[in-house]
Design a protein around this ligand. Structure first.
Ligand code: PLP
Length: 420
């Protein structure tokens, strides 16, 4: 089967709204490499959009899923429960940020975790309002879209969105938004748009993912916590993209002095199996009545088995410090290219969550150069993802298990396409 033929069939059979980046089709994958149906090999610096911190088909995950396949694949946890769900909840409760007693509920997608975090926050506070940030991405469901702070392509044509959602600017020094600007705008929301006593939650990404890998300054996170404490608002950290070792810690919030009340997680939680979770303070998590949370597939046993293996692999192979070291190597390489690539405006990130932003000579965002870099890399067999409100950022999401030689090969291709 040829790629071109599959593209033709895809165009005829599936809607364009499911936008597809690559014009080749996957045949098989191993750790940090993918082979297409024509046998071409790609180095995978996309990792299924931050899902594969433990790589493609890690043998421990494959074994755990196969073992579970031999036992049962689905009972619906809310009908016939299974121990592995409880065991995974216990492990996450122990390790998620915050010292208070915690509870965890499982779902299937990141957006579903976000939806449920908002449901829980509303049930716990009895308030309707939610504040999110510009440039934030929280998913493609109705509330996910309402919270998302990027119009194209996520929100175009899909409104009206659920009400009582407000946005404040996310701090980003490069784009001229200081922590102070952001906090002043938040206070202005309380004066102009919503009484803080009507706000259930503030939701934010400790490092914005789709928004451009903008890292929240510590002073900003501390101030958000203080604002929440002052007004009885719950703080939700959306760690769907930052979680499970990507930032040099299991959760990005471990880099900060303060803890959220609720954390959403998905993506690398189960290393390629669909699983998401909301973990939070026990009394907050217990606010919704029995039956108010869950879903037919929520906490699927194959995905839970995979997630338990992910935690073992992250610990057993010391992948979190390894990821941080790989991130440093990437940053050093990009910094060394700065003098030869005038388009590089900034190299930033946390741990292995690294990005490079491109600008034109006049200082405006350069999405064309970004696309060129992406396309040239793809031609040479390196899969890169872009992000950023202006589409002018390349983000790096290589598996933390990537072999040194493959990482070096990827970095060499990157250097070549940037300097060509
Ligand atoms: C921070 C964040 N929240 C939520 C989501 C939505 O997750 P999903 O696509 O699994 O619904 C994403 C996906 O990229 C994300 O990065």
């Amino acid at each position: 089967m040829k790629n071109a033929e599959l593209v033709r069939r895809k165009d005829a059979a599936t809607p364009r709204g499911v936008g597809v980046m690559c014009n080749f089709y996957a045949e098989r994958a191993e750790n940090s490499e993918i082979w297409d149906v024509e046998g071409k090999r790609y180095i995978d610096f996309a990792a299924g959009i931050a899902v594969l911190n433990t790589g493609h088909r890690h043998p421990r995950l494959v074994e755990a899923i196969q073992r579970q396949l031999g036992r049962f694949t689905h009972t619906a946890y809310q009908i016939v429960p299974y121990a592995s769900y409880v065991e995974l909840a216990e492990k996450i409760n122990q390790r998620a940020p915050g010292r208070s007693a915690k509870k965890t509920a499982f779902f299937t997608t990141g957006a579903e975790a976000v939806e449920n975090a908002i449901k829980i926050a509303r049930a716990a506070t009895g308030r309707p309002g939610v504040i999110a940030f510009s440039g934030g991405f929280h998913g493609r469901t109705m509330m996910g879209m309402a919270l998302t702070g990027k119009v194209v392509p996520y929100k175009v044509g899909f409104g009206p969105f659920p009400g009582e959602v407000f946005h404040a600017p996310y701090p980003c020094a490069l784009h001229g938004v200081s922590v102070d600007d952001s906090l002043k705008a938040l206070q202005h929301l309380f004066k102009a748009d919503v009484d803080p006593k009507r706000v259930a939650a503030i939701i934010f990404e400790p490092v914005q993912g789709e928004g451009g890998f903008n890292v929240a300054p510590p002073a900003f996170v501390k101030a958000l916590r203080a604002v929440c404490d002052e007004h009885g608002i719950l703080l939700i950290a959306d760690e769907v993209q930052t979680g499970f070792g990507r930032t040099g810690r299991l959760f990005a919030m471990e880099h900060y002095e303060v803890a959220p009340d609720l954390t959403t997680m998905a993506k690398s939680l189960a290393g390629g199996m669909p699983l998401s979770a909301v973990c939070g303070r026990a009394e907050v998590m217990d606010a919704p009545a029995p039956g108010g949370l869950g879903g037919t597939y929520a906490g699927n046993p194959l995905a839970v088995a995979s997630a338990l293996a992910v935690l073992d692999v992250l610990d057993g192979e010391q992948l979190i410090p390894r990821g941080a070291a790989l991130g440093q190597r990437l940053v050093a390489r990009l910094e060394s290219l700065k003098s030869r690539v005038p388009q590089i405006a900034e190299v930033r990130g946390l741990g292995a969550m690294v990005a490079v932003e491109f600008r034109r000579a006049d200082g405006s965002p350069d999405p064309e150069f970004t696309r060129e870099v992406q396309n040239r890399a793809l031609e040479q067999g390196l899969l890169l993802l872009s992000c950023g409100v202006y589409g002018n950022v390349i983000r790096f999401l290589f598996p933390l298990t990537i072999q040194d030689a493959v990482m070096d090969e990827g970095l060499d291709i990157l250097a070549d396409v940037l300097t060509r």
